[in-house]
Design a protein around this ligand. Structure first.
Ligand SMILES: CC(C)(COP(=O)(O)OP(=O)(O)OC[C@H]1O[C@@H](n2cnc3c(N)ncnc32)[C@H](O)[C@@H]1OP(=O)(O)O)[C@@H](O)C(=O)NCCC(=O)NCCS
Length: 174
């Protein structure tokens, strides 16, 4: 009886998505999510292997940014990484989890971490991501014709909450 009562909350929570700080144990599953996207995106050149991607996450991304992982039960469904300059350096959702609001939950977590605003680079051919960011209030700042390692044209997008936009307007008017 006691055991059943103890188990009930666990059963009720099964399947809930939870946003958690990224830890070293999350590096490998996050690297697999990134690599799977790199390997299945035809307009991206094949520049990196899984060990290289994992090394980049372990040595650069995780130590230098704030990482949040979306956990579905014990599985990493996606992650977001924001640097000290309010730039989203990575946002990836596992392919089988896309379209289920995991990306929205991670982006909202990033907005809570940086209420003053966010910026990010996205590749121009990445139309699903561009639609996703536009729905989340990101607007174009500028474009390059491929000024990145991949040589693929990209766009700098920015999101500013209403309060930050009003403050900027005041500063410009002053
Ligand atoms: C872009 C990305 C982060 C969005 O995350 P997501 O969890 O798929 O996003 P959400 O489910 O919150 O919203 C996606 C929207 O597309 C729709 N959608 C449906 N099927 C989808 C699918 N297979 N893939 C993506 N979006 C899909 C959703 O319904 C939703 O639309 P809505 O808000 O109008 O209902 C994710 O698709 C992804 O990881 N893509 C590959 C990596 C990438 O491009 N990262 C961005 C680099 S800048």
């Amino acid at each position: 009886m006691i055991r059943r009562r103890l188990l009930r909350p666990l059963a009720r929570n099964r399947g809930a998505l939870r946003i958690r700080p990224g830890r070293r144990r999350h590096v490998r599953p996050c690297a697999e999510i990134v690599q799977s996207w790199l390997d299945t995106t035809p307009w991206l050149p094949d520049l990196h292997t899984l060990p290289e991607t994992e090394r980049w996450l372990r040595r650069v991304l995780f130590p230098r940014t704030k990482v949040r992982v979306a956990m579905q039960d014990r599985t990493v469904a996606g992650f977001v990484a924001i640097d000290a300059n309010d730039v989203v350096q990575a946002l990836y959702v596992a392919s089988e989890m896309r379209g289920a609001r995991v990306g929205s939950a991670l982006l909202n977590a990033a907005k809570r971490l940086r209420p003053q605003g966010l910026r990010l680079w996205t590749f121009q051919p990445n139309l699903p991501a561009r639609r996703f960011y536009a729905r989340h209030g990101f607007a174009e700042i500028r474009r390059t014709d491929g000024d990145n390692d991949e040589g693929v044209p990209d766009i700098l997008l920015g999101w500013a909450p209403a309060a930050a936009r009003a403050r900027d307007a005041e500063e410009i008017a002053a």
